[in-house]
Design a protein around this ligand. Structure first.
Ligand code: MG
Length: 387
């Protein structure tokens, strides 16, 4: 039995098996790592992955050292997804790989950055972070002599397609897109998507409270917060703890409950629906798709998301941070569009094959918050300290 067969023997029949990695566009000899472990390592070693450390999740990187960045968010999603995949008998390496790659395409300044780039690219194919993630791993990363991108397995690329969409100009992905359009995603892909939602709901509450933007008394009114009462009754140490510790204990309990619910509910559905292979999973209609939360937990998570939307994402200080980010990116876009000679050497080399607007968009989307700020300050002749 070789490595892949041995690893596959540990998985549920409906998991994405290692032997179904789909090959790579540029054939390579496989190593002692599984194909998805190798893809995961390629993602971790990429430049785009390192830059996530200086990209906004909700708070701009310069606002404080304790807030989540895209990098720590991706690591938290990966940790949760890996644990759930393992408990269910799904493919851990595959889940980990998809989780670490899921936000690679985010531009600086979070969703505000995405919205303004999409608006600026309206006549040129638009901008969307998931399409951008696929573009980065299949074309923009420059680490190998014989091919562009990271030459990931076809199953990895397919799993990364959160929505069935890629840019028209990314013809290298069109056959994978057609495959993805023809059925439901693998269980691990949907699992990562749900773990992403649970993780940011949990850590945005944490960061919002930490920043003093969310009002503790209002958070306390959320039905999910009832766990505080139980904790206080069960353990006298809880009442004696400082409030920040109490908040962390409560949030940890919340996330733990959600993960437990996701594992249990999905496990039950897998047993009920009983898909015998990943091909069966691809053919499942949405109402029988097994990766899900129980209705009660789903409702509780949605309620917190609604709360975060109105009290955190729409808070005046977050809106102001977003607006500043939008203005900076709009200005940089018009500067580089008017003077492509200022682009990096690598970007300038792509002008003929990718077109001016797409190259400028890739360059700006690839920037970290702090690099975009620095560029903006430099070009406008401003002292960066005032930014
Ligand atoms: Mg995410």
């Amino acid at each position: 039995m070789n490595l892949l067969e041995r690893e596959d023997a540990l998985l549920l029949p409906c998991a994405l098996h290692y032997t179904e990695h789909g090959g790579r566009d540029y054939p390579e000899e496989e190593t002692s790592r599984t194909p998805f472990a190798r893809d995961r390592d390629r993602i971790i070693h990429s430049r785009a992955f390192r830059r996530l450390g200086y990209k906004t999740q909700v708070f701009v990187n310069s606002q404080g050292d304790n807030y989540r960045t895209r990098l720590t968010h991706s690591m938290e999603v990966s940790q949760v997804a890996r644990s759930v995949a393992r408990a269910l008998g799904l493919n851990q390496d595959y889940a980990e790989c998809l989780a670490l790659a899921h936000d690679l395409g985010h531009p600086p300044f979070g969703h505000a950055g995405q919205d303004v780039l999409h608006m600026l690219m309206q006549e040129h194919g638009g901008f969307e972070h998931n399409c951008q993630s696929l573009r980065i791993v299949s074309r923009l990363e420059e680490r190998y002599m014989h091919f562009e991108g990271l030459n990931l397995c076809r199953a990895t690329l397919k799993g990364m397609l959160k929505h069935p969409r890629v840019y028209d100009c990314d013809t290298q992905l069109h056959d994978i897109l057609a495959e993805r359009k023809s059925g439901a995603p693998a269980l691990e892909a949907r699992l990562v998507d749900l773990c992403d939602q649970l993780t940011y709901t949990y850590h945005d509450l944490d960061d919002g409270l930490d920043a003093g933007i969310l009002d503790f008394d209002e958070v306390r009114e959320l039905p999910a917060w009832e766990v505080e009462e139980k904790l206080a009754r069960r353990d006298a140490a809880f009442a004696r703890s400082r409030r920040p510790v109490q908040i962390r204990v409560i949030l940890r309990q919340l996330l733990g409950r959600w993960i437990g619910d996701l594992t249990e509910t999905t496990g039950e559905w897998i047993r009920t629906v009983g898909p015998g292979s990943v091909q069966d999973v691809y053919a499942l209609p949405p109402e029988r798709y097994p990766v899900r939360l129980s209705p009660t937990t789903e409702e509780s998570v949605q309620e917190i998301r609604k709360f975060l939307f109105s009290k955190l994402y729409r808070h005046s200080s977050v809106l102001k941070m977003s607006r500043r980010g939008e203005n900076i990116l709009r200005e940089l876009f018009s500067e580089y569009l008017a003077r492509p000679g200022m682009l990096s050497e690598r970007s300038a080399m792509q002008l003929n094959s990718h077109g001016l607007e797409r190259v400028v968009c890739d360059y700006i989307a690839g920037m970290t918050d702090r690099f975009a700020l620095k560029e903006y300050a430099y070009l406008s002749g401003m002292d960066q300290a005032v930014l």
